[in-house]
Design a protein around this ligand. Sequence first.
Ligand SMILES: NC(=O)C1=CN([C@@H]2O[C@H](COP(=O)(O)OP(=O)(O)OC[C@H]3O[C@@H](n4cnc5c(N)ncnc54)[C@H](OP(=O)(O)O)[C@@H]3O)[C@@H](O)[C@H]2O)C=CC1
Ligand SMILES: O=C(CO)COP(=O)(O)O
Length: 536
Amino acid sequence: MDAALLRPGAGRTRRGDARERPHGGGRPGGRSRTGPRGLPRGNPHARPGDVADAGQDRGGAAGAAARDPDPPGRALGDAEGHGAVLQEDPLLSPEDRARALRRRRGPLGVRRSAPRRRHPLSGHRCRHAGHHARARGAPRREGPRDAVGPDRTRTDGDGALLSRRQQARVAVLGTGSWGTTFGKILADGGASVTMWARRPEIAAEISRTHRNSDYLPGITLPDGLSATSDLKVALAGASHVFVAVPSQTLRDNLTAIRPLLAPGATVVSLMKGVEKSTGLRMSEVIIESLGIDPGRVAVASGPNLALEIAREQPTAAVISSSRLETAQSVAMLARNGYFRSFVNTDVIGTEFGGVLKNLIAVAIGIVDGVGYGENTKASIITRGLVEMTDFAVARGAKAETLAGLAGLGDLIATCQSPLSRNNTAGRLLGQGYSFQAVVKQMQQTAEGLASVAPVLELAREIGVEMPIVEQVKQVLDGTLDPRDIAPHLTTDSDEPQGERTSDDSEETSGGPLRRTFKRAFDQLRNGRRGALGDRP
Ligand SMILES: NC(=O)C1=CN([C@@H]2O[C@H](COP(=O)(O)OP(=O)(O)OC[C@H]3O[C@@H](n4cnc5c(N)ncnc54)[C@H](OP(=O)(O)O)[C@@H]3O)[C@@H](O)[C@H]2O)C=CC1
Ligand SMILES: O=C(CO)COP(=O)(O)O
């Protein structure tokens, strides 16, 4: 790697004065920055390939041996680390710790069996038989399989009820961290899942060993999931096709998908980016490239860090489609004991929530890398949500969607977690590394890096101010010292201003007022029916 690229602070100048400022020595937090290859603390989960920026294809490489099966970002309560956090909690006395552990594990530290867990988000008792171990000695099935599944009822893409004995056959395209995790979610919900991997060795590993050690080390995938590198095999007879490839590669992939798609199949975007060359959302690219009715397209978004979900830590998501029945049919598939899907019809808000939170997560990573504390981060998250909401509402979204799982929920998760690739990329930038060096270091898709420019272009088109995203762009371009990102949170003006949330001011470019009228108009046009919000 070019040493100049890694030189902290290379080429950066402080905003407002043209001084060069060496950056990287006196970090306020004083934490150690050294990581593998002399790089600072980076993505804790090295994976193959580069960041999927600007339509770059990503290569293979790096095997399972290089992976950290138990990354530092692991949250409490996973299968392997049960009780570990309690054991280490310095705020508990030894007696309290022992008591708490007994409560968790039952007497003598033995785990209680929980044949039917109550769903932590909805309260109902639910089955997720899909991942239960197969009978001893029974062979694993490879390739797509047919019908006959668990006793359950759900709808197909047209909202029709499937028989209680029928099992949905679905395809997931992309075997990275999210595609594989979503495949597991669907299989644990009872579907028969065929994954498409572009690398045959990954398909073989998934089908033969039920592992994807490149992306989800330590995770055993359920029996109801297999993989192939043959797109035709993956798509054959699939009622629902879930797509999880880097956003900038979607259009090319759709060209191959189009002739193989089963008639009437629903296509679901799991991606959180916009196409750089057109500024289109992923669902728009799908509709345009496949030439299908928007009612056959859905998107999934929410606070969904893949590795946490792969460890079956409970979370929720929003499934959105312009056709409610489509969203419902997808939500019926994407639910199990640890994953809950809500539905809405606000595709714009749901998609932009996922795109925009990535940009704010990069900003949070930057200030984290600089060493600023919680006040700075809370200010950026709060102001960031205003930017996200202003932008999305001006593009036709419902404000409430941005206050839900696909907006605020995902913003919190991504800004807080070291598992986030966008957050990690920002942290490296904040530590003084150049954009090129960060791209080299990142080994998974960090959509935010490619979305900054098209989002700002769209924002300019509609007259929405996005000062935080502007500053992220300047840091990426090397024209703003990362330490200067926070003082300009709201404005360059010294004049005191109101917080200017999406509703409380009408003084700037008529934006909020215009949006209020537009919302009222939209409600009238829709017979006062709004999006359904996070409604299960
Ligand atoms: N990871 C997460 O927690 C979440 C991710 N998402 C979104 O999901 C999408 C995918 O992300 P994620 O799975 O995490 O990314 P990863 O980087 O983990 O994996 C990317 C996947 O896409 C494949 N791929 C790369 N380039 C191409 C190409 N040109 N054509 C076809 N396939 C390609 C990779 O294959 P190969 O292994 O051969 O390189 C790999 O299977 C992104 O939009 C992301 O924002 C959404 C929610 C959560
Ligand atoms: O979208 C995500 C969590 O909801 C994943 O975020 P990253 O792409 O930053 O890892």
